[in-house]
Ligand binder design. Structure first.
Ligand SMILES: Cc1cc2nc3c(=O)[nH]c(=O)nc-3n(C[C@H](O)[C@H](O)[C@H](O)COP(=O)(O)O)c2cc1C
Length: 191
């Protein structure tokens, strides 16, 4: 069973985090870290509480706690996803600040040459945001923005979110059936 870390920070786009968690939870060992603002925005956008993540095969951590095994390079995972990622967390990871568990674990994953997937959500982006994202890419992270495509003709907001979730799962090597591979067929609806 793969071991995946899911960090949820206070950006808009909690549906991505929920759909991703729902796909990971039965198939992988999941370690969830929620920032305080992550918990707040989760409630605003979905009505869910942090207790939503308390399920089988899942460990939930307080972001203020540092004395846990995943904060050490000796603890191995198959990948960490920051989804959604705020510009604040992106900046702090890019600067190596490590003042919270999310920042520390991301720092550890990068130094150990592990897999870090960052799903930033902000628009428009300033030069500061873009430089920080470039820094993360250059340090070995995969920057996978929450920019869904629409060519698969989504009918629901969940299908829109699944476009991004499917790409994340592909990069983690976790099997899914969210989207079939793209085929250029004329399936267009005209409005
Ligand atoms: C409803 C709501 C939506 C937000 N959306 C975003 C966003 O999309 N991107 C972003 O960078 N910050 C967003 N913020 C601001 C962050 O929550 C704020 O910068 C916070 O300090 C981030 O802390 P964290 O990175 O520790 O989660 C939002 C805040 C609220 C209340």
């Amino acid at each position: 069973m793969k071991r995946i870390i899911l960090a949820v920070t206070g950006a808009s786009g909690m549906l991505y985090a929920k759909r991703l968690f729902d796909c990971l939870q039965p198939r992988t060992e999941v370690h969830v870290i929620l920032s305080d603002h992550g918990a707040e925005v989760l409630h605003i956008e979905t009505g869910l509480k942090p207790s939503y993540f308390e399920k089988e095969n899942v460990t939930v951590y307080r972001n203020s706690r540092m004395n846990v095994s995943l904060a050490s390079g000796s603890w191995k995972s198959d990948g960490m996803v920051v989804c959604p990622a705020t510009m604040g967390t992106v900046g702090r990871i890019a600067a190596g600040i490590s003042s919270s568990l999310i920042e520390r674990v991301a720092d550890v994953v990068l130094k150990e040459k592990g897999k870090l997937i960052v799903v930033p959500r902000e628009t428009p982006m300033s030069a500061i945001h873009l430089k920080n994202l470039l820094t993360l890419d250059q340090a070995g992270a995969l920057v996978l923005p929450a920019n869904p495509g629409f060519y698969h003709n989504p009918q629901t907001v969940e299908e829109v979110a699944d476009f991004i979730v499917a790409r994340i799962l592909d990069h983690l090597g976790v099997e899914h059936r969210l989207l079939s591979p793209y085929e250029p067929e004329p399936r267009r609806r005209h409005v």
